[in-house]
Design a protein around this ligand. Structure first.
Ligand code: ZN
Length: 277
């Protein structure tokens, strides 16, 4: 079965609603996981289509009480073709937001798990912040990192002039009742995740801690654009171990099929249990 990008889908966690907002899709050569073998991808064929890894692109809307929080802003109106490496097309995030019943002016907080271009795409529209009433929060050191690396692949070059309007998050910061940031450096220096807790339920939005469900079973699969691959791998293993078999809902923005699932173990392996959508 060929992979398809994750669709728009809402879930409730206690009294909090979380919606995955699709923006687009990228189809990457397997080389984006350096050293990965065809045998490895044959074991995870459900994540691929026509010999490419299918990478969903999108963000999450969290609604807690009267607070609306956007986690990541997709890739924007973008078409990208790098021969033999990646083809990507996006531009649906605002349509997805409308389908979820929200408007740009109604967003209270924008949180960047990190500032790669596929997470910051909708930051600016017509030379102004798209979500003009929102606080914009990035992790410590994140803006500084990209100011110093503005010419790298997937740098948020067009967004950098607007980062003077961003704020720096603190570890454990509460964004709304039951919505907290946790710092998780590795994929980038200021990478962070968002934890949602309500009643007896919990969810974690992992950002780019993990890119494909194949990484649950293949710890050697490391993503080319991890700034610190060793720290990224360590954090990935730590958090997956904490999440497994807990019933916690996991939000994974780049997974194909569904952006929501759970980390399960059984029959001697760890695996992704999709929550559909
Ligand atoms: Zn990403």
């Amino acid at each position: 079965m060929s992979a398809t990008p994750a669709p728009l889908h809402s879930r409730t966690v206690g009294g909090i609603r979380i919606t995955y907002l699709p923006d687009g899709v990228a189809n990457f050569s397997y080389d984006v996981f350096p050293g990965s073998s065809l045998e490895c991808w044959a074991r995870h064929a459900s994540q691929t289509s026509d010999g490419r890894w299918v990478c969903s692109i999108g963000g999450f809307l969290i609604e807690s009480g009267d607070q609306k929080i956007l986690v990541d802003l997709g890739f924007g109106n973008t078409e990208l073709e790098v021969e033999g490496f990646v083809s990507a097309k996006s531009g649906n995030l605002l349509t997805s937001l409308g389908a979820a019943g929200a408007t740009p002016a109604g967003i209270d907080t924008v949180v960047y798990t990190h500032m790669h271009a596929d997470h910051t795409g909708w930051t600016v529209t017509d030379n102004a912040l798209t979500f003009g009433n929102a606080r914009h929060l990035a992790g410590p050191g994140e803006v500084e990192h990209w100011l110093a690396h503005a010419d790298e692949s997937f740098a948020p070059a067009q967004q950098l002039p607007f980062t003077s309007q961003f704020e720096v998050s603190t570890d454990g910061e509460t964004l709304a009742p039951g919505v907290e940031i946790i710092h998780a450096s590795g994929h980038t220096p200021g990478h962070q995740c968002v934890v949602v807790s309500s009643g007896t339920e919990r969810a974690v939005i992992l950002g780019d801690t993990i890119h494909t469900s194949a990484q649950l079973e293949e710890p050697d699969l490391t993503f080319m654009f991890d700034v610190d691959p060793v720290a990224a791998r360590q954090w990935r293993e730590d958090i997956l171990t904490k999440l497994q078999d807990t019933g916690t809902t996991v939000g994974a923005c780049h997974f194909s099929g569904s952006a929501f699932g759970r980390v399960m173990t059984g029959q001697g392996r760890r695996f992704w249990a999709s929550l559909g959508g």
